[in-house]
Ligand binder design. Structure first.
Ligand SMILES: *[C@@H]1O[C@H](CO)[C@@H](O)[C@H](O)[C@H]1NC(C)=O
Ligand SMILES: *[C@@H]1O[C@H](CO)[C@@H](O)[C@H](O)[C@H]1NC(C)=O
Length: 212
């Protein structure tokens, strides 16, 4: 009996550690600077969110020229990757992935976000295919929507800093154009390439983000 109780506590703590959940009041953000984190070229993020807000930033990273953002606009979920070529001559190889459904109905949605993710070819295919985009799931359904391309989004260079729930006003690529800070809940953020669970933020701006 005692052992079982201890085991349950340990399991609960392990579970809590692996799946942090944050409440965002809509006026602030978390900044993560995970150790040994490389988010250039390829990543695979997973997260879950719940909101009734129509607009708001879920995730954002930027580099010298490039940036990527996962955000809500008019209740739809959007993944935007902007990747201008350094010379500006060859154009850009960014992407825009927009949900058809509105996702601000207070349901917990699961999101997978891939950028240049190497997927093993299936069946007769040899080698790997790259995939970029997002998949949105409603737990009561199997897969809600998939928006993916197989373009090589070459040369995406980002600083190893991830903003969650909003962004710092001084960031260079978004001045005056960014959606507002997110109001709602975000949990179970994970990045597969670096196996990082986003447990420890480097900044909780104004200390306004709470655990849920
Ligand atoms: C990050 O990964 C890319 C390849 O995916 C590599 O070219 C780059 O050198 C890495 N950056 C660092 C700082 O290790
Ligand atoms: C919330 O919206 C999603 C996407 O349109 C839909 O699949 C789901 O059934 C909705 N849930 C509720 C409780 O309305």
């Amino acid at each position: 009996m005692y052992c079982l109780a201890v085991l349950l506590v340990v399991l609960t703590l392990t579970h809590a550690k692996k799946s942090p959940c944050f409440v965002f009041p809509g006026e602030t953000f978390l900044e993560f600077r995970p150790a040994n984190f490389n988010n250039s070229h390829m990543v695979h993020y997973q997260l879950e969110f719940q909101t009734i807000a129509e607009e708001g930033i879920l995730m954002y990273s930027e580099g010298p020229d490039d940036y990527e953002a996962l955000f809500l606009s008019q209740g739809k979920l959007i993944y935007l990757l902007t990747n201008p070529s350094p010379s500006g001559v060859e154009g850009t190889s960014g992407g825009l992935y927009v949900s058809e459904a509105q996702v601000n109905n207070d349901t917990w949605f699961k999101v997978d976000l891939w950028r240049n993710w190497e997927k093993r070819g299936r069946g007769g295919h040899r080698g790997t295919v790259l995939q970029t985009g997002m998949e949105i799931r409603d737990p009561s359904k199997n897969s809600l929507e998939t928006h993916i391309d197989h373009i090589n989004h070459r040369g995406v260079l980002l600083d190893p800093v991830v903003y969650v729930g909003g962004i710092k006003s001084s960031l260079t690529h978004t001045q005056g154009t960014a959606p507002p800070q997110f109001e709602g809940r975000i949990r179970r953020i994970h990045e597969q390439r670096n196996d990082d669970a986003f447990e420890h933020y480097s900044l909780n701006f104004d200390n306004k983000v709470k655990r849920c």
